[in-house]
Ligand binder design. Structure first.
Ligand code: GLN
Length: 241
C-alpha cells in the first residue's frame, strides 16, 4: 500500500476561481507520481474537518468579496485548528481571497470589514481599481513564479512577514513595494491564480516534500518529466501584462 497524504481543500464551493481548483489537481497528481496516495477532503462551511486522520496539506483559493463574506464565520470557527496545524509546520497554500483572510483583515473600498485569522501579520485594503493580468515574481527558492492576478485588495505585510517573491511583472501585493505573497513557517499565501501550481511545479513539490518529511521522516522525489510545464512556463513568460 502506498503511503497516504491527506489534502484538505478549504471552501471549494465559495473560494475557487480563475482555475484555483487546478492547484489541488496538481498536488494530487504529483503526489501520485512521487509514490503517495493522495486523499482529498473538501471542506465547506458547516463541515467537520477530518479528525480521524492527519491533515497533511491545506489548500485554499480565491473568491469574490461575497464569497469571502460567506465563509468568514466558519473560517473563524476553524481558526484554532488551522493555527495548530500552522504551528506544527503543516504545508499550506492559500490564494488571493483566502490569502487575504489568512491575514488580519480585508477592509473593502466601502469600509466593510472581512475578518481574517491572522496566520500572516498583514492587512488588506480595497483599492480604487482592480489589478488584473499576468504576473511574474522571483523567489530565491522557487525561481520565477508565474501566475495571473485579479484583485482589488492592496495587501501590506508587517515587517516580520517575508514575501513569497519580488514582483518582476504585474502588481503583486499592492503595486508599490514590489512584494508578492507571503510566507510564514510552511504556509504560502499568494495572489497568483491561473492556476498557480501547474506552471510552478517547484512549489507543488515543495508542499509535498514538507508534508511527506513531516509525516514519514523522508521524501525521495521521483524525477518527473516536466516537458509540458517547462513549455507552459516559457510561453507564459513571454505574455504581455
Ligand atoms: N475579493 C478580493 C479582492 O478583490 C479577492 C479576489 C480574488 O480572490 N480573486 O481583492
Amino acid at each position: 500500500m502506498k503511503p497516504k497524504l491527506n489534502i484538505v481543500q478549504l471552501y471549494p464551493k465559495d473560494m475557487n476561481i480563475y482555475g484555483d481548483w487546478g492547484n489541488v489537481l496538481t498536488v494530487m497528481r504529483r503526489a501520485q507520481w512521487h509514490g503517495y496516495e493522495p486523499v482529498l477532503h473538501e471542506y465547506n462551511p458547516g463541515d467537520a474537518l477530518p479528525t480521524d486522520t492527519d491533515i497533511d496539506i491545506v489548500i485554499g483559493g480565491g473568491g469574490q468579496d461575497a464569497g469571502q463574506d460567506k465563509i468568514q464565520a466558519d473560517l473563524i470557527k476553524v481558526a484554532p485548528k488551522l493555527h495548530e496545524l500552522v504551528q506544527a509546520d503543516t504545508p499550506m497554500l492559500v490564494i488571493c481571497g483566502l490569502y487575504q483572510m489568512f491575514g488580519n483583515f480585508f477592509r473593502t473600498k466601502d469600509g466593510h470589514e472581512i475578518k481574517g485569522i491572522g496566520v500572516f501579520n498583514l492587512e488588506t485594503h480595497g483599492g480604487p481599481e482592480r489589478m488584473i493580468g499576468n504576473i511574474v515574481a522571483h523567489s530565491d527558492e522557487f525561481g520565477d513564479i508565474i501566475g495571473y492576478e485579479n484583485h482589488s485588495g492592496l495587501t501590506y505585510l508587517s515587517s516580520d512577514v517575508q514575501p513569497l517573491g519580488k514582483v518582476i511583472k504585474g502588481a503583486g501585493n499592492n503595486g508599490k513595494d514590489e512584494f508578492e505573497g507571503a510566507r510564514v513557517r510552511n504556509v504560502i499565501g499568494s495572489y497568483m491564480h491561473g492556476s498557480l501550481l501547474p506552471k510552478n511545479p517547484a512549489i507543488a513539490d515543495w508542499l509535498i516534500e514538507k508534508a511527506a518529511t513531516k509525516k514519514f521522516g523522508d521524501f525521495t522525489p521521483t524525477v518527473i518529466e516536466d516537458r509540458f510545464a517547462t513549455e507552459a512556463r516559457r510561453i507564459a513568460l513571454t505574455r504581455p501584462r
